[in-house]
Design a protein around this ligand. Structure first.
Ligand SMILES: Nc1nc2c(c(=O)[nH]1)N(C=O)[C@@H](CNc1ccc(C(=O)N[C@@H](CCC(=O)O)C(=O)O)cc1)CN2
Ligand SMILES: Nc1ncnc2c1ncn2[C@@H]1O[C@H](COP(=O)(O)OP(=O)(O)OP(=O)(O)O)[C@@H](O)[C@H]1O
Length: 198
């Protein structure tokens, strides 16, 4: 089996496991991850945080988003452009109307000139179908986050969030894959960057 085939199989296996979780589990694990995230020094220090808005049974980021707002942080989320496979960032507030965009993921309305420049973001909370013990990430295969982190988003701290079964030995990384600095699971924090980088 080649790398591409192995990666595809891993993706469908991990998606199947995620789909099989019950709500009690997604909520309990999401709460544990949130608790760890909000207590990290990098999170406490961050003025602007790039979150994703969860869909299906992804780790639920809403509690952390509300805590970030309460702490006076700026919360930004992506708007995906399926044609160019790129993301633009927009700030959201508790009253921002969100509608389902590409892939059925909630997004803020695009307002010309209201995008947030990636250089203004301190920290990214990154979704994944899986992560590995070197910090590599497996996503849906669109390359959105790889493209983002190899370009405008290169300087922000990247924190992946994962259920325990999403942490695997390898996600069969390719040359373009961008690593996380930290991955948080309900039971532990994996560090892939030197403290001095954080
Ligand atoms: N919550 C959340 N937001 C996110 C991401 C994510 O993983 N999670 N993304 C992370 O990249 C980007 C969106 N990327 C995505 C790419 C493909 C599919 C997806 O479901 N693909 C289907 C085919 C759908 C189609 O082609 O119409 C599939 O692969 O089966 C979903 C999200 C930006 N926003
Ligand atoms: N920096 C980049 N520039 C151009 N193309 C890229 C870049 N990064 C990734 N790609 C392309 O995007 C495609 C998908 O990459 P990959 O399978 O690693 O996505 P993924 O990380 O699983 O998905 P996502 O980030 O959307 O969740 C690949 O075919 C790859 O060639």
């Amino acid at each position: 089996m080649d790398q591409k085939e192995a990666k595809k199989r891993l993706r469908s296996r991990l998606l199947r496991l995620r789909q099989a979780m019950d709500t009690e589990k997604t909520q309990r694990w999401s709460r544990a991850i949130t608790e760890t995230l909000i207590n990290l020094e990098t999170f406490r220090r961050a003025g602007t945080v790039f979150f994703y808005l969860p869909f299906q049974k992804e780790v639920d980021t809403w509690a952390a988003i509300r805590i970030a707002w309460q702490a006076g942080k700026r919360v930004v989320v992506p708007k995906a452009d399926p044609k160019s496979k790129t993301m633009e960032l927009y700030a959201i507030h508790p009253d921002t109307p969100l509608t389902k965009g590409a892939y059925g993921i909630l997004e803020p309305p695009a307002k010309a000139g209201h995008g947030v420049i990636p250089a203004a973001v301190d920290l990214a909370v990154v979704p994944g179908i899986g992560f590995d013990e070197k910090g590599y990430r497996l996503g849906y295969g669109g390359g959105y986050y790889d493209r983002f982190f190899s370009g405008a988003g290169a300087d922000m701290i990247r924190i992946g969030v994962a259920y325990p079964f999403q942490m695997v030995a390898t996600v069969f990384p390719e040359a373009h894959d961008q690593r996380m600095h930290v991955v948080i699971t309900p039971e532990r924090v994996w560090h892939f960057a030197e403290e001095s980088d954080l």
